[in-house]
Write a protein that binds this ligand. Sequence first.
Ligand SMILES: NC(=O)c1ccc[n+]([C@@H]2O[C@H](COP(=O)([O-])OP(=O)(O)OC[C@H]3O[C@@H](n4cnc5c(N)ncnc54)[C@H](OP(=O)(O)O)[C@@H]3O)[C@@H](O)[C@H]2O)c1
Length: 344
Amino acid sequence: MNTSRTVLLTGVTGNIGHSVAHLLRGHHVRALVRGDTDEVPPGIEPICSQLGDLPESLANDTEMIIHCAADTRFRAPLEDLRSTNVEGTAALLRFASRCRRLRKFVHVSTACVSGNTGGVIPEARLTKPTAFLNAYEQSKWEAEELVFESSLPAQIVRLGIVAGSEIDGQVRRQGALHHALFWLWRGLIPMMPGTAETPVHLISTEQAAGLIAAVAETDAVDHPVIHGCAGVAAPRLGELLDHLQARFARESAAWRTGSILPPAIVDAETFALFESTVRQSGDALFRRVSDDARSFLPSLLHPRVYGTRHAEALWLQPPSNWRDLTSHVLSHVINEHSQSRVRA
Ligand SMILES: NC(=O)c1ccc[n+]([C@@H]2O[C@H](COP(=O)([O-])OP(=O)(O)OC[C@H]3O[C@@H](n4cnc5c(N)ncnc54)[C@H](OP(=O)(O)O)[C@@H]3O)[C@@H](O)[C@H]2O)c1
């Protein structure tokens, strides 16, 4: 579809929304911002507002809504996360229902809505998992339910772990993965839960944004869920750690000589024991590392393969090479941390 549309984009200042904005050239794009409009890319009209308070006049001509905004803090309390991720989505869906010309509502979600479910995760509505690994996952699952319950022409794009740019490793806002990479580099994560065969669902920002834009551009809404995940090509935890170890050794004598060792891959019980030892130690740095690690590493205990059949027809580019992607992102993370003088 090449017709120019009037698009409302949320989350433009974030990692993914910003990249999506660049792919929407040719459309009239309005971007919801709640802070500094300097971060809005040129050619995009900033709308200074809140998710629940959009100017009613926008409903007259909005044809497409791409909802990338979310509170992405894994460790925030559930009620705080619900305020943006559930109530904010509810408000945007209500606004969308008043857009008479709406053709598509793209809701950006996360593969983590599968919580503690392992195995094959279909591109479909998921029953509530028996447990979520953090409140972020739960709030995003609840948001999806609102989208499924709406009668809008909506599609959900569930993304895997968006590591950063496959070109230069850039990440606008670092998250749990980036903190974990930094602590790994410093040798402060002695163990990881899972097995060497556990898939790690990394994709690049370009892939994520490309898929979201492609879903938005397609008129059809026959697939309610599309997985932006690496599928069967996802690296396994063992090979990912081997790659990181080789990469670290190129840059650090401590890694080359074995003064720093890669983390052991351990089972759930051993990892839980390690965490409780860290908590009891009272060491502030180890607690910080452990808190960062705990916010997403336990997902490795629930190995899964994400179905990507619906996504395959829409990918704009071949899957990124995960080795190059992680190398670029690692360089970026190390560089940013040294510049901000993060002290371990
Ligand atoms: N990055 C990943 O690995 C990943 C993986 C799976 C799914 N996702 C999903 O992809 C989407 C984008 O993630 P991201 O990585 O780009 O997140 P991000 O970098 O943390 O950016 C979040 C964006 O949401 C906006 N936002 C947060 N709270 C808001 C509120 N109450 N009202 C309006 N805007 C608000 C932020 O605006 P401010 O600048 O004003 O804070 C920012 O633009 C999210 O839905 C996330 O759940 C991300």
